[in-house]
Design a protein around this ligand. Structure first.
Ligand code: HEM
Length: 167
């Protein structure tokens, strides 16, 4: 058996995984946290992307929007990852067997790369385009890539449940 597959089977057989899977409140509470935090995280992410596109909050300095939103984005993302990993631990073999879970993880990495590129290029020079009515092309590209990736991540996340093997 492939090493990773035997790890997932080992994880599945732990009492921790069993508790999430079989307890009355385990999975529903974690899933609720995953979905509720999504509204916070995605709300701020979409608003920020629309600011990068120069479509909203145009009279507000882009650096101010970034500074105000970043704590919520970082906090929301951290809770999404923790609740997501806990969800995954509840049924690792089945979740990993779905193409949607794998695609979602790849897109999460791409969304991270997009943020990294933004922060190390155009984001670093935000004071140069802080209040300009037309945001630079690099900011627009970062905004569009982010919007497309988060929409696809949400769709893949939702599709996971439909691709699970029958119990
Ligand atoms: C910010 C990052 C994330 C976003 C935006 C996100 C979004 C979503 C969405 C929208 C769903 C569907 C919820 C529903 O309607 O039932 C979902 C489900 C799920 N997510 Fe995430 N997720 C994120 C991170 C993660 C991570 C890091 C993992 C695991 C490593 C993960 C594991 C799962 C699993 C296993 C499900 C399926 C739950 C089920 O159907 O029972 N997620 N996610």
């Amino acid at each position: 058996m492939h090493l990773f597959a035997s790890f997932l089977q080992w994880l599945h057989d732990t009492s921790f995984s069993e508790y999430i899977r079989d307890s009355t409140y385990g999975e529903p509470v974690i899933e609720s946290v995953h979905v509720l935090t999504l509204t916070l995280f995605l709300g701020f992410a979409v608003l920020l992307d629309l600011r990068l596109l120069g479509l909203v909050m145009r009279r507000k300095r882009a650096s101010e929007v970034l500074a105000q939103f970043n704590p919520y984005l970082a906090g929301g993302f951290t809770i999404m990852v923790i609740s997501g990993v806990l969800l995954f631990c509840g049924d690792p073999v089945n979740f990993y067997s779905t193409i949607f879970f794998k695609v979602k993880m790849i897109m999460l990495v791409l969304a991270g790369v997009n943020v990294l590129i933004f922060n190390t290029t155009i984001g670093r020079k935000v004071s140069e385009w802080d209040l300009s009515p037309n945001t630079p092309r690099g900011a627009k590209i970062a905004g569009i890539v982010s919007l497309v990736l988060w929409a696809a991540i949400v769709a893949a996340g939702r599709a996971i449940a439909y691709a699970l093997p029958p119990p």
